[in-house]
Design a protein. Structure first.
Lengths: 185, 589
């Protein structure tokens, strides 16, 4: 189960390699919006090759068949490759930040909880503290659930990023198009 | 060689072989209009930018070459949004160049600033905001490559004024950096064989030919496939002319206003061979009731169309011509011959009976008002068979598609997916520019004509002798038809007027010849008079029957089985329906 209690199978991870050009995120987001596809989470950052960025998008496949989403995304000229990452074939991570109101008595419990999960305390005030946890999404779900026993003032998750496990799949290389290719029109 | 961005832009268009463009200058695009004076490219000065876009579309639909339009920033650019959307829906290759405010002013709400790449993102195949003059040749070459290859479509190149003024070092790219753009290759052998196997086993096949046939220039290949297989062929609104109406295997147009045989053939088929068609809602009617017994072979150059509406049994992403050629090669032994003919013989008997029993029909009579279908038939009979017909959107469009005889590809110029009223006049002008040797008739409605008629001023000024037949029923006729049939005859905001405007005077004021026909016997003489005019546009105001409805009709959201034919044929259509149900029941036993 994911954070909002929906079955995990609804959500598929796509990693979309895009050209690092102005407006590309708007093109991807616009496509999802105008075709009525729901995005569960989305994370964008440049890759080691600065010509490209990687968008990790978790798609709600109840809104449209995954095949349609992939085929429509593939039509965007700035989209270079799309891979679907099955959880078994990918490493996924997500980051969670939370500010918790905690009296001095409860504070040690929260700190202990953070320690058990391998998180960090980032900031401490008189009556609240901010904690961080990075890990697989289901671990964050568990942590978030336990944290609910305290007064959570703010909580922010990044949405997941993912890469294929080593040896599972090589992304195809971008190609140049010869201009003298015969036009179909 | 040092050039300004503006010079490089015009030179790039010349490199792409552009012979004509349609446009209207303004502040931000001014620098680009200067080198046009010394270019080989003809520029047609329109009266409204929407006209420029539709002219470029008409040019593209009639010639197969990309249409080019040029506009200024802000309102100039937004006025061409409708043509971009129209071209996107109909996969028409269109390259629009727009001016933009200087780079430094972008984002400041400058005079005539509009984020046109943002506005058109969802209705172009791709668009560019050019940031450097040095990029212009590469962007223009990419624009034409994208517009014309794969599934064609519109692109927009937005050029800020300072980029047009800036100096660049001229070059012409030999490679394009389009990392994410791939075209489908040859079909897989296994898919082709699977398609042939379905075709060889089918007893009630229908070839469902769409606009992709024309885009792929595959009309001859389709003809060869039809001749080999003996299969019946329906041609969608976008494919009229892709397979000749006079061919004995042509069933004509399917869909909401398709004829009974074409619609019913698809419903009863056991195999649909969809070639460059996309199972549009106007063809399928209620999707879950569409062609319930049919297996589907679906060929489309756009992989995203496969399985989008209807799950295909064999789906092939590929150019229609390439795939049909592959089918022909693989099919020859399995599909031709007397066995194949015998297998689909009973199907043809059904189809012929439907054609005989429930043909297209309207009541003919001698007095006024004129029946609109009769105008189309007379126009058809008095004009050369390779006449290019443009139309707007509505009843007149359906009558034109139903009653014209399309025997040549690229002779039907219409707005299909978007349904853009006002398309006919500018599109006809663009078609005539591209095919000056052909007769070009716009069959238009009075509502449509009033939306873009001012482009006849362009046609007169540029000596582009198009002909316009207004089927003037004084109503927004298709809306009126829906209000009559589905809104209890409550007519809300659909009455225009037969006399306001006076179409003859309006035509004359625009430099065209204006004619009027008020009764059936005046129709042929008016058309003959119009066909004799070769030096200027002609407009004929045909006073047609305001109460005439388009039949057949599948009501919106209904199953194609519930097709409503002309009242006089309702009984026969009902009898055919019953006979089929009885047959189907017997087969089930």
């Amino acid at each position: 189960m994911s954070a909002n209690g929906t079955p995990v199978e609804r959500h598929h991870i796509l990693t979309v390699l895009v050209e690092n050009k102005a407006g590309v995120l708007a093109r991807v987001a616009g496509l999802f919006s105008r075709r009525g596809y729901n995005i569960f989470s989305l994370a964008v950052a440049p890759t080691v090759d600065d010509r490209f960025s990687r968008i990790t998008v978790v798609v709600d496949v109840e809104s449209a068949p995954l095949e349609q989403v992939v085929n429509q995304l593939d039509k965007l000229v700035n989209v270079v490759t799309i891979s679907e990452l099955a959880p078994a074939e990918a490493v996924e991570r997500e980051l969670l930040l939370a500010t918790v109101a905690a009296s001095p008595a409860a504070r040690s419990e929260v700190i202990e909880l953070v320690g058990v999960f391998g998180g960090e305390v980032l900031d401490v005030g008189a009556d609240r503290l901010t904690v961080m946890l990075a890990g697989p999404p289901d671990k964050l779900d568990g942590f978030e659930g336990l944290l609910a026993a305290y007064e959570v003032v703010e909580l922010q998750r990044t949405g997941r990023v993912a890469l294929p496990k080593i040896g599972v799949r090589a992304l195809t290389r971008p190609q140049l198009v010869a201009v003298d290719e015969p036009a179909a029109g | 060689m040092q050039l300004t961005g503006a010079q490089a832009l015009i030179k790039s268009l010349e490199m792409e072989g552009v012979e004509v463009m349609f446009g209207l200058p303004g502040g931000a695009i001014l620098p680009v209009y200067d080198p046009i004076l010394s270019s080989s490219i003809r520029h047609v000065l329109v009266r409204h930018e929407q006209g420029a876009g539709h002219m470029a579309e008409g040019y593209a639909l009639a010639t197969g070459r990309p249409g080019v339009a040029m506009v200024t920033s802000g309102p100039g650019a937004t006025n061409i949004v409708t043509p971009l959307s129209n071209a996107y829906m109909d996969s028409t290759p269109l390259v629009v160049i727009s001016g933009q405010v200087p780079t430094a002013a972008i984002g400041t709400d400058a005079f005539q600033e509009c984020d046109i790449t943002g506005v058109t993102m969802g209705i172009t195949k791709h668009n560019w905001l050019v940031k450097s003059a040095q990029d212009i040749p590469e962007v223009v070459a990419s624009a034409f490559h994208l517009a014309t290859t794969g599934r064609p479509g519109p692109v927009l190149v937005d050029v800020p004024k300072d980029v047009s003024f800036a100096q660049m070092e001229w070059y012409w790219p030999d490679h394009l950096d389009l990392a994410g753009y791939r075209l489908p290759g040859a079909p897989r052998r296994a898919d082709v064989e699977a398609a042939v196997a379905l075709m060889a086993a089918a007893e009630r096949p229908v070839v469902y030919a769409g606009g992709g046939i024309l885009k792929a220039r595959a009309a001859e290949a389709l003809r060869a496939l039809a001749d080999l297989t003996g299969f019946p062929v329906v041609t969608t609104l976008m494919a009229r002319g892709a397979f000749p109406d006079s061919h004995p295997q042509c069933l004509g147009m399917p869909g909401m206003h398709g004829n009974f045989t074409a619609v019913t053939a698809m419903q009863r088929a056991d195999l649909l061979v969809a070639l460059g068609a996309r199972f549009d809602d106007r063809v399928t009617g209620r999707v879950d009731a569409f062609a319930p017994g049919a297996k589907v072979v679906h060929v489309d150059v756009d992989a995203a169309e496969l399985h989008k509406v209807r799950r295909a049994d064999v789906a092939i992403a590929g150019d229609c011509k390439v795939v049909i050629d592959a089918l022909l090669q693989a099919a020859a032994p399995a599909l031709g011959g007397p066995d194949a003919a015998a297998r689909i013989g009973p199907w043809w008997e059904e189809l012929r009976r439907w054609q005989r029993e429930v043909p297209l029909h309207y009541e003919r009579h001698d007095g006024p008002p004129i029946k609109p279908q009769m105008v189309v038939e007379t126009l058809r009979d008095l004009s050369p068979s390779d006449t290019i017909v443009a139309s707007g959107v509505g009843q007149h469009q359906m009558w034109a598609s139903q009653y014209w005889r399309f025997d040549h590809p690229y002779t039907w110029v219409n707005s299909g997916g978007a349904g853009t009223m006002g398309f006919a006049v500018p599109a006809a002008i663009g078609a005539k520019v591209g095919r000056p040797e052909r007769t070009v008739w716009a069959i238009d409605g009075d509502g449509c004509f009033q939306m873009t008629a001012q482009e006849l001023v362009t046609a007169s000024a540029e000596r582009i002798p198009v002909k316009v037949a207004i089927l003037n029923n004084a109503y927004l006729g298709m809306v009126r038809q829906w209000q009559e049939m589905f809104y209890g005859e409550r007519y809300s905001e659909v009455y225009l007027s037969p006399d306001l405007p006076d179409y003859v005077k309006w035509a004359e004021a625009m430099g065209a010849v204006g004619l009027r026909a008020e009764s059936p016997e005046e129709v042929a003489p008016a058309i003959e008079k119009a066909n004799a005019v070769e030096d200027r546009p002609v407009v004929i105001d045909f006073r047609t029957d305001a109460f005439e409805k388009v039949f057949p009709m599948v009501p919106a959201g209904a199953s194609n089985d519930d097709i409503v034919v002309h009242p006089e044929h309702e009984e026969r259509a009902g009898a055919e329906r019953l006979a089929w149900e009885r047959l189907a029941a017997e087969q089930r036993r």
